[in-house]
Every structure is written in C-alpha cells, then in structure tokens.
Ligand binder design. Structure first.
Ligand code: NAD
Ligand code: UGA
Length: 457
C-alpha cells in the first residue's frame, strides 16, 4: 500500500516528536497530528520556543517540516478519513477506579481512538499502536474497529516507542531498534512492509525488527521494566553503601565495566520518575497476576517498592540532617522535572519528597529552570486529591509552598537544599559558600563537595 497521508492521534510527548521526525525524513508523506485538546494543537502551531513539549532539537525539526508536510489539527474526523495509516499515541495512565485500579492500564483513551477510527473511516486503514499497551490489547482494538464498520479492512500493528525524554530527537534519529509487530497473514505482512518502508528512510534495515503483535506489545513493557529494575538495583545497593563505607559511584563503575552488564542505567538517584516506568511496571504486575503468575508479579513489584523506599529515604535524609525536626524550617527543592532537559514532571520524585517534607511541617521553596509554578502546584494538587484530601486541606498545604523563577531567591535563608534533578546549571552554583550555612542533600550525586550529603556515600 502506498502511504501518502499519515494521521497521528495524540499530540503529546510521543506523538509530537515522533511525527515531526517522520515528516522530516519522509517529505513525500503528509503527516497530521490531531488531539482532543485544542490548546495543545494551538501551541504546536504557535511560536517555536513555546511548543508544548520541550526537547533539545525539536524546535529545529518542527521549523523545517511544519507547514510543508507536518500539520497539527483539531479536525480528527477529516484526518482519520484522509489517512491510509493512523498512529494512536494517546496516554495510557494507571487506572484510578474500577477493576485493576492502581495497577492496570486505563485504556479508555485508546478505546476512544478506536471508536473514532471506526466511525470516520471510509476506506481500509493500517492502525498502529504507538502508545504503550498491555499485551493482547490489539484484540480489543480490532473488536471495536470492526463493531460498526462494514466492508472496511483494518490491519493493526504494534509499533511501540522507545524514545527517552530529553534525548527524544537523537533517539528518533538513531534508534537502537524500531519494533514492528504484525499478523502473520498476507495483509498483516503487507501492512508491516508499509511501515518498515517508512522507517527505512533513515533507520538501517538491520535495526528494524519485525515480530508478531503480542511479542511487540510485551517487549515494550519488558524493556521499561528491565531499565527500571537496574535503577532500583543500584538504588537498593546505595543504602548498603551508606552502612558499609562503600561508595555507590565507584560500585556502579566497577559493575558497569563488565561488558555483560554495561554502564547504562546504573546511576544512583533519589528514585526514578517519569510518566512511564511506574505505570508500565504496575501494568506488568497486573498482567502477571491476571495470568496467575504470583511469583513473577511479586518479583517485578519489588522494583516499585525499592523506588518508593528510595524517595522516602531521601526525604528522611533531609529531616535527619536538620536534627529530626523541620517544623517551620525553610527547605529548597532544586529541580522539579523528572530528569534534566525536559519540562515534564509527571511522577517526578520531587513531588513525593515535597509532600513528605510538607507533612513533616517544612516550608518549601522550589526552583526549576523549565517547570513553572502553576505546574508544580498542580502536580501536588493531583497527588493530594488522590489521597483524598479536601480542598481546604490542599489549600493549607499549598500555603507551605513558594515557587521561584531564580535559584538565588529560592535558596535565600534556606536551612536545607535538596537537589532533585540533575540540571547542568546546578553544578555551577557557588556551592562552597552556600554550604557554609546550608545543609545540602544531593539526590543526583552531581556535586563533588565534601560537606554535601549524597546518595550511597
Ligand atoms: P501525553 O499525555 O503527553 O499525550 C497524549 C495526548 O493524547 C494528549 O495530548 C491528549 O490530549 C491526547 N488524547 C487522549 N485521548 C485522545 C483522544 N481520544 N483523541 C484525541 N486525542 C487524545 O502522553 P505521552 O507521554 O505522549 O505518551 C503517550 C503514550 O506513549 C503512552 O502510552 C506512553 O506510555 C507511551 N510512551 C511515552 C513515552 C514518553 O517519553 N513520554 C515514551 C515511550 C512511550
Ligand atoms: C524511559 C525509557 O528510557 C525509554 O526507553 C522509554 O521509551 C520511556 O521511558 C517510556 O516508555 O516512556 P524516560 O522515562 O523518558 O524514558 O527517561 P529515562 O532516561 O529512562 O529516565 C527515567 C527516570 O530514571 C528519570 O527520573 C531518571 O532520572 C532516572 N534514572 C535514569 C536514574 O535514576 N538512574 C539512571 O541510571 C537512569
């Protein structure tokens, strides 16, 4: 099938950057990204330094392709109708209610996409799962697609995304692999070929891996689980280092030099954040339980438990460093995003550490170079609403929080500073003089100063 028009449903951290790169690399294909949120589409069509996603290199790609063969639109119906190939890149958060609440993936957004595709399609389509989904979701999507459509053939592929935020454009330009899962039928294999041909415009053929649909869906969850497990492994050892005098950075280096292990994802930290690791592992745990694999579920659940332990340990380090009492003491949180070079703060460790410190009575100041006050407050509000706290209680807690646009004001008269994100600019502050009057707890081990309290040292 000759692909001339692609539609992507979901203009978020995945849909925006991936489609921008496909448009850049395939100038003969029109790529339109649609979203249910008109504000987001407006921002994608707006100023390049105000795009809804901050990623190094993204603005340059959008600048080149936007208006040429890359479009952002609110018109979901027309773009579904026009496209031969449709990517679904909508969010798949953890369910908050109903069966599987707190563990299973909430598939309501993906199901809504499938209903829209079924409703607006007038010709055959290749429908692609770009979102991260539980294994065998394609079955459910097929059911929805075929419910109301007569005489239209839908071919479903799984093409999970492996980009990491902060390096998304480089990851998309030079992917370790592109994974495409399809049916073994003739039409399935034709659809796989159509997608392979698109990626082959810039990805070497040997890096494009084709599998069956279920392997592809499960490989995405498994990849994230393996990456997160390495972080929890090293974070668990950081606690043992602190008891024994071993140094976690030295340990990581020594372990990672074994080529069978490798050096990546062995950096001890305050705990992993981001919108995916936790939700994908919980989803995996749920799937294992669903299939009666209790021991396997328990094994992967340990990754989350250690991550929670690490975040709590970090908050406690600050409290202990201030003599066990933080009541009315000013503590500054430096860094709110879940890692450097992104404006994304979903599931950031900073949210949980701030919550624990406010619970203990502290006054919190926050500075992040990319995340603004409104987002910081809304992240905390979402957490407190989920507890659930009343509006009155939430307002009382928010009164203990102040956000700043520059770090100097944020740290002024602070008794302790917690470094939660490894932003490069933090390394250059004058720590020598700051540390004379302030306790510094470095959750990213980016400072090399003897008075700083680090992780695993
Ligand atoms: P996101 O929340 O940034 O974006 C999702 C977008 O989909 C939102 O803009 C939302 O308005 C839109 N949307 C939801 N339902 C819709 C509907 N029915 N019709 C039209 N638009 C709709 O999410 P994201 O971070 O881009 O993640 C998307 C998927 O990709 C998830 O499954 C995630 O697990 C996976 N993933 C994310 C990353 C990442 O780095 N963020 C990396 C790999 C995979
Ligand atoms: C992660 C995966 O790396 C991507 O391959 C995947 O596509 C994506 O999830 C997804 O499915 O959403 P991302 O969450 O964007 O990407 O960023 P990572 O670089 O993996 O970092 C995740 C968290 O782990 C961050 O909080 C980071 O600071 C932390 N981390 C990472 C560590 O604490 N130590 C490390 O050694 C590495």
């Amino acid at each position: 099938m000759q692909i001339k028009n692609i539609c992507c449903i979901g203009a978020g951290y995945v849909g925006g950057p991936t489609m921008a790169v496909i448009a850049l690399k395939c100038p003969n294909i029109n790529v339109t990204v649609v979203d249910a949120n008109p504000e987001k589409i407006k921002a994608w069509n707006g100023l390049l330094d105000e795009l809804p996603v901050y990623e190094p290199g993204l603005a340059e790609v959008v600048k080149e392709a936007r208006g040429r063969n890359l479009f952002f639109s609110n018109d979901i119906a027309a773009n579904i109708e026009k496209a031969e190939m449709i990517f679904m890149a909508v969010n798949t958060p953890t369910k908050t209610e109903g069966e599987g609440a707190g563990m299973a993936a909430d598939l309501r957004y993906i199901e809504a996409c499938a209903r829209d595709i079924s409703k607006y399609s007038k010709s055959d389509k290749i429908v692609i799962e770009k979102s991260t989904l539980p294994v065998r979701t394609a079955e459910k999507i097929k059911e929805i697609l075929e419910e109301n459509s007569i005489d239209i053939h839908f071919e479903i592929l799984s093409n999970p995304e492996f980009l990491a935020e902060g390096t998304a454009i480089q990851d998309l330009f030079k992917s370790d692999r592109v994974l495409i899962g399809g049916d073994e039928t003739e039409s399935g294999q034709n659809a796989v070929k159509a997608l392979v041909d698109i990626y082959a415009n810039w990805i070497p053929k040997e890096k494009i891996l084709t599998t069956n649909v279920w392997s592809s869906e499960l490989a995405k969850l498994a990849s994230n689980a393996m990456l997160a497990k390495r972080i929890s492994s090293i974070n668990s050892l950081s606690a043992l280092c602190e008891k024994t005098g071993a140094n976690i950075d030295e340990l990581s280096k020594a372990i990672g030099m074994d080529h069978r292990i490798g050096p990546y994802f062995l950096k001890a930290s305050v705990g992993f954040g981001g919108s995916c690791f936790q939700k994908d592992i919980l989803n995996l745990v749920y799937l294992c339980k669903y299939y009666g694999l209790e021991e396997v579920a328990e094994y992967w659940h340990g990754v989350i438990k250690i991550n929670d332990y690490q975040k709590n340990r970090f908050a406690q380090k600050i409290i202990d460093g201030l003599g066990g009492d933080v009541e009315r003491k000013k503590i500054t949180i430096l860094g709110w995003s879940f890692k450097k070079d992104t404006n994304d703060s979903r599931e950031s460790a900073a949210i949980y550490v701030t919550h624990s410190l406010i619970e203990a009575g502290a006054q919190i100041a926050v500075y992040d170079p990319m995340v603004d006050a409104q987002k910081i407050k809304s992240d905390l509000k979402i957490l407190w609403e989920s507890k659930p706290l009343s509006e009155n209680e939430i307002q009382k807690k928010l009164a203990c929080l102040e956000c700043f646009d520059d770090y100097r004001s944020a740290i002024q008269e602070s008794q302790a500073i917690g470094i939660l994100t490894e932003w490069d600019e933090f390394k250059d502050y004058s720590w020598e003089s700051i540390s004379q009057n302030t306790l510094i707890v470095d959750g990213r081990n980016i400072l090399n100063h003897k008075s700083v309290i680090s992780i695993g040292k």
